[in-house]
Design a protein around this ligand. Structure first.
Ligand code: ADP
Ligand code: MG
Length: 701
């Protein structure tokens, strides 16, 4: 809303006034008329529809049913008693339950008369009930005012305490529409409205607050969701187009000796189809002179490193340097060791720079970077320090990007006057819809295929009381020469307890697996980096059979001989973390196992997480479930994104609308890049207003 009239304070609206105006401003950020037009109910109660008892399930939420109460029982419980009514219609029965006021309700109920019942359905192991339902005799119900779909507005305790009830909110919106309906401007072009079968902005706003029926409500919410997603996509796509036009990418025209040599004589396996496809996508960027800013998604073990290495070789073949940044020194070390080994004898100079690099090494590295004799620099965020200057950095690869903050990524981007190509890799698969929103200004490549011959990791859920059996299983596997990870949670805010758990756990494992027969490593965040590396190395070499650790080993670590991952207190881990941890095993030829240990008491969400882990190993499926459980704002690495402060659309549910919005943004910008056409004037105006108020990450996300 940009017409000047809507910028006046809501206090002037009938039924609001200064006091409520202030309250609404502080509680809900509703200050001006235009804020009201961007404020929506967060759910609805549909009192136009009646359900049959046999249609109800746990997803029915709030429903209205008609039937008779055919029995009443009072059940004694710890404090007081609860009243249970058996409610029946022609299709079945359901229980109505009251925990409070049982006596009063019991006296007021008339058996075998028709009632209208309204409430939220609970489903406990197939037994359905409604607690504290609204209950009205059907005859009374019918004499009342006509029921409709009721909007329920977001509220706060303070608001309800001060009498700003849901009814008051509805009243405010009535007044709003009376005063301003005629002034609501259209914000999309007629072409887009028609193409997508949308209703007008005016109608949509009216029906989102006062839906005539379910059909109009759906149309209204579709229109508003589409608009919201469309303007975000328009910003993202525009950003991408502007970047591509403005920044000249380094041109890597040649596939040269380094690449070919390595590909033909060093690579010990055939690339998967997905790896080949992704390399082609990268190659197309690099030879074209456009600037690459690409997100490479691929599940744990899908072979992203080799793609990164081949891409770095393309840079070196064309006279440029390349950098690879990893989130932890363990991982940087490992990349360095394996890349150095695989490039052996090729005359490519590779160095490692981490927080624990010695001054002398650093000096050599700085010199080599500046005179161009150092080709590949691998390291941690130490690479991002200002002192580190490259002669001609052509490519930055960022591994496991979700571990980095935005600011750090920006820095790498700015390393050169001419920004290097950027390849950001992540093993936390992000559902496509989320990727389109958070990384909408990046190109995205996906490795959706694992190298052949991998055995699926067998995942089981075990309770703490099965621990002895788990120990026995560990012994048997160690007997066969395998190695075992045991991971303990380390959650912010409960570190003290967590460290205690870790140490207690460690001690019990030492008792169960005594030396000299068994050797243990332990790694956690409180250790000095050198000690960590020392313990890690012992495990990598196979000197120790059991690695007890916190989640520091979550990313990247590669010990192919480790075949068991035991996660303690697995209910405390998020899905993507569990998936990452599981990815530490199954890297060799042997059958691998993941054991999720939990206590007996589990929340519904925890059960879903464990079940998901046991039933699938597909990272993208797991990411979808994660998105549904936690909502887009909590998925790792996306918190900073202003893109996700959506008012009405929901990325986990509105995938198709999002796709349509993105396509529309693309086609609009290709026809009218600067939104100058007369037809797009209202749209351009709305766009400017929105772009002013949203913060979308700059350049590289
Ligand atoms: P991630 O994508 O998790 O970073 P890595 O790059 O560490 O995975 O690869 C995991 C393992 O798979 C490595 O040991 C790597 O050498 C191997 N690998 C990668 N690509 C292939 C392939 N096409 N065929 C066989 N093994 C492969
Ligand atoms: Mg990796």
């Amino acid at each position: 809303m940009s017409s000047p009239k809507t910028q006046i304070s809501i206090a002037y609206l009938k039924g609001v006034g200064p006091a409520r105006g202030q309250l609404l401003a502080s509680e809900l950020k509703l200050r001006e008329i235009k804020d009201l037009f961007a404020f929506f109910p967060n759910r609805y109660i549909d009192k136009t529809k009646f359900y049959k008892v046999n249609e109800l399930n746990e997803n029915s939420s709030e429903v209205q049913i008609i039937g008779k109460i055919i029995g009443l029982t009072t059940v004694k419980q710890k404090n007081g008693s609860r009243l249970v009514a058996k409610f029946a219609d022609a299709t079945g029965t359901i229980e109505l339950v009251w925990f409070k006021g049982a006596k009063w309700i019991k006296d007021s109920i008339v058996l075998n008369e028709l009632y209208v019942v309204f409430g939220k359905v609970n489903d406990f192991k197939g037994k359905k009930s409604i607690a504290h339902p609204e209950l009205e005799l059907k005859s009374v119900y019918e004499s009342g005012i006509k029921k409709a779909i009721q909007p329920i507005y977001p509220s706060t305790e303070k608001l309800s305490n001060r009498g700003v009830s849901n009814r008051v909110m509805s009243k405010i919106f009535e007044e709003l529409f009376l005063a301003y309906y005629s002034q609501i401007p259209e914000s999309l072009s007629q072409t887009i409205i028609e193409k997508h079968g949308l209703i007008s902005k005016k109608e949509a706003l009216l029906h989102i607050h006062f839906p005539k029926n379910q059909e109009m409500l759906t149309k209204a919410s579709n229109r508003l969701k589409f608009e919201e997603l469309f303007f975000i996509q328009l910003q993202l796509v525009r950003k991408k187009v502007v970047r591509k036009n403005k920044i000249v990418g380094f041109k890597f025209p040649a596939i040269g000796a380094f690449f070919n040599d390595f590909y033909n004589s060093k690579l010990s396996f055939e690339l998967t189809g997905a790896q080949k496809r992704v390399l082609k996508e990268i190659r197309n960027d690099m030879r074209s002179g456009t600037h690459m800013n690409r997100l490479l998604q691929g599940d744990v073990g899908s072979g992203k490193t080799i793609v990164a290495l081949l891409t770095m070789l393309m840079a070196i073949d064309n006279g440029f340097q390349a950098a690879l940044i990893a989130p932890t020194s363990i991982l940087a070390n490992q990349h360095f060791t394996s890349i150095n080994a695989s490039l052996d004898g090729m005359g490519i100079k590779v160095s490692l720079l981490t927080g624990s690099s010695k001054v002398k090494e650093r000096k050599e590295i700085h010199a080599g970077l500046e005179d161009g004799t150092l080709h590949i620099l691998i390291g941690t965020h130490a690479i991002l320090e200002d002192k580190v200057k490259f002669k001609n950095l052509g490519l930055s690869v960022i591994d496991e990007q979700h571990r980095f903050g935005v600011a750090q990524r920006m820095k790498m981007w700015l390393k050169n006057t001419n920004p290097p190509h950027v390849l950001v890799m992540t093993a936390t698969p992000i559902p496509r819809t989320l990727a389109m929103s958070v990384y909408g200004d990046l190109d995205i490549s996906v490795i959706d295929e694992l190298p052949p011959g991998r055995k699926e990791i067998q995942t089981v859920h075990r309770y703490d009381k099965n621990r002895l059996a788990v120990f026995k299983f560990m012994r048997d596997e160690i007997e066969k020469g395998r190695q075992v990870y045991i991971v303990y949670p380390l959650i912010e805010g409960s570190e003290k307890m967590d460290y205690k758990d870790l140490m207690d756990g460690y001690e019990s494992i030492v008792r169960e697996f005594p030396s000299p027969k068994y050797q243990l490593s332990i790694v956690h965040g409180k250790m000095k980096p050198v000690d960590k590396d020392f313990e890690m190395d012992r495990f990598v070499r196979g000197d120790t059979q059991i690695m007890v650790a916190t989640t520091v080993i979550e990313v990247g670590v590669n010990v192919p001989n480790a075949s068991i991952m035991i996660v303690e207190s697995a209910e405390r881990f998020g899905l993507s973390q569990l998936h990452q941890l599981r990815g530490r095993v199954g890297r060799g030829a042997e059958q691998s196992y993941c054991v999720l240990m939990t206590s007996f008491k589990l929340s519904q969400d925890a059960k879903t997480r464990l079940e998901t882990m046991v039933t699938t190993s597909d990272g993208f499926k797991i990411a979808e479930v994660d998105l549904k459980l936690r909502g887009p704002g909590n998925i790792m690495g996306t918190q900073q994104s202003g893109v996700l402060n959506l008012r009405i659309a929901d990325i986990s549910k509105d995938g198709p609308l999002l796709e349509a919005a993105r396509q529309e943004a693309h086609s609009l910008l290709s026809e009218d890049p600067n939104l100058l056409k007369q037809e797009n004037a209202p749209l351009a105006k709305a766009y400017q207003e929105i772009a002013k108020n949203t913060s979308i990450w700059a350049n590289i996300s």
